[in-house]
Design a protein around this ligand. Sequence first.
Ligand SMILES: *[C@@H]1O[C@H](CO)[C@@H](O)[C@H](O)[C@H]1NC(C)=O
Length: 444
Amino acid sequence: MHFKQTAPVLGSLALASLVAAAPMEKRGSISYGDRTDHIKAYQDSQPAASSGYPAASSSTGSWGYGSSSAASNGYYAPTSTSASWAPSSTSSASWSSGSAGANLGDNPFKFPLANGFPNVQNPSSALTQIEDAAHGTLPNGAPPPSINPDDLLSQRLIAFNELWEVAFFTELLANVTNNVAGYQFQDQNQRQSVITALTAIQAQEELHALNANGVLNHFNAGPIQPCTYVAPVSDFPSAIALAAKFTDVVLGTLGDVIVKLGLNGDAKLARGVVGVVGQEGEQNGYYRELLGEIPSAAPFLTASTREFAFSALNQDFVVAGSCPNINTINLPIFGVLNLETPTVAAQDQQLTFSFDAAGQYSKWTSWQGLNLVYINQQNTPVAIPISGAQVSGSQVTFSANFPFTENLMFGLTIAVVTNGAGPFADVDAVAAATLFGPALIEVQ
Ligand SMILES: *[C@@H]1O[C@H](CO)[C@@H](O)[C@H](O)[C@H]1NC(C)=O
């Protein structure tokens, strides 16, 4: 929905220079073996490597950026074994919504990066290179002497999320740098400024992840190890729209983390988390600008919870079963809630959702008593009783009003299905009653 919507918008706005997909190989349809044709096409299309980044070279393997000179750019070292992953029909699509679906046939992204990330010592020359690229350093103050176990859980979730973000931005930067089909620019100045921005962002995300895992290590509780990931996009505008969406979820979730730090007596850790909230907000303003949107979506961020973020990451990006120590993250993964409506405009409208009431959820084919709950900005959640649902096998499909006008639901709206109508005082109360979700709605 959202991503289909962005293409025409972008055509007339900031990304007018993005050319149509060139007849190059798509990453998902090839194996990581012989890249000669791809490299030749790349070289033919590139009279000059304006970026100063290592161009694909026939002397390196796979993607052509496994050379040591690429290490400081954080380019990952693809492995030839990754193609054995079989797409799973149970994966879902709340980031890209409904039938748009994840691009499940693609080769998953695998760590480590060529610089060893996430295994980077402090201090080390690898860390220094990341810090140079990130325009700054890891926090160097001493952590507090103790931490509440619940806040360790938050740090685990943050590390889990930041590892995904590193994977995403590493792959995105590589796609742009290597002029992958769908990631090409006519305007070389714009291409260069995107590369400059993404280079810093990719390294900054590495530091966010290393910082969270550093806190865990300090308290003998880490680190969170990376999974393999699939980004459900294959063109630049969709990738940027996806980045804006998952960053919105992260921003709201870090609010949840900060509240818990206060409640658990760990407020001294809050300043560092706020330092990431604002930082990711700066990133998001840039993504929105690229998309032709105003930089700040709404007056207040949309609240989220750890549970919603963990569910969305696992439902949409993480290859199931690929995470070595996900079992140490004691958060639920809810059932998938699909948004079936392809585009959501800034107006009142009926939205269609579906969920699969199979397995552990089988009793919910009788959907009576379930509610759809919307969370937007810092407002009290809106609960709407589900009515008139259609059931086909285990698939439950229903429509609900999206009360845009009354609530000015700009930016991110998190939609979930709860058992019970509330009233829900806040997002925590919603998460405690959630069965399916989140479906993520963005109104520009
Ligand atoms: C990079 O491009 C490949 C090939 O189109 C695609 O499968 C992958 O999802 C892209 N990654 C990102 C982050 O855009």
